[in-house]
Design a protein around this ligand. Structure first.
Ligand code: AMP
Length: 147
């Protein structure tokens, strides 16, 4: 069997993210593959000015969230021995951004958790399902159990 050369790990910082990352790291070591990380900051809803909100508040909040996510993902990358050049923080829909970055960077395996923040009640969470449907490469969903 041909091995994997570039593995992309989708990180959501959910409490079980470490279970998913240790699987991805072991696979990268086994195949001598490059390991990259991605976190997607979910699109924020545009505030309805009818609520009396100042729209600029939302813009600042989004860039602050991106900065905070970059810091956190870089720390996570350090603990896995992944170079900061191989770390992506994107804004948008998680499934679309994960599959776009995978295609643009010749990723041949995407690793996700079976469940994250959105999916403990389901067999497979919504992001995991979306990535499976959209990806052009292999996808590994690491089975996570609720406690
Ligand atoms: P979910 O389908 O949202 O329950 O999450 C399942 C898996 O998708 C998580 O374990 C992560 O691997 C990945 N994931 C979910 N949300 C994100 C996100 N915003 N950025 C990157 N990966 C994510």
């Amino acid at each position: 069997m041909k091995g994997y050369k570039h593995i992309l790990l989708a990180v959501d910082f959910f409490e079980l993210a470490h279970t998913v990352s240790s699987k991805a790291k072991s696979l990268a070591e086994m195949y001598n593959a490059k390991l990259s990380l991605i976190h997607v900051v979910d699109n924020m809803p545009v505030p309805d000015i009818g609520y009396g909100w100042d729209a600029s508040f939302d813009v600042d909040l989004t860039s602050e969230m991106i900065e905070a996510a970059k810091k956190r993902l870089n720390g996570f990358a350090g603990s896995l021995g992944v170079d900061e050049a191989d770390v992506w923080v994107e804004l948008g829909s998680p499934k679309s951004e994960i599959t776009r970055v995978a295609e643009e960077n010749n990723v041949d395996l995407i690793v996700v958790g079976s469940h994250g923040r959105h999916g403990l009640a389901l067999i497979l969470g919504s992001t995991a399902t979306g990535v499976l449907h959209h990806a052009k490469c292999d996808v590994l969903a690491v089975r996570l159990k609720d406690k």
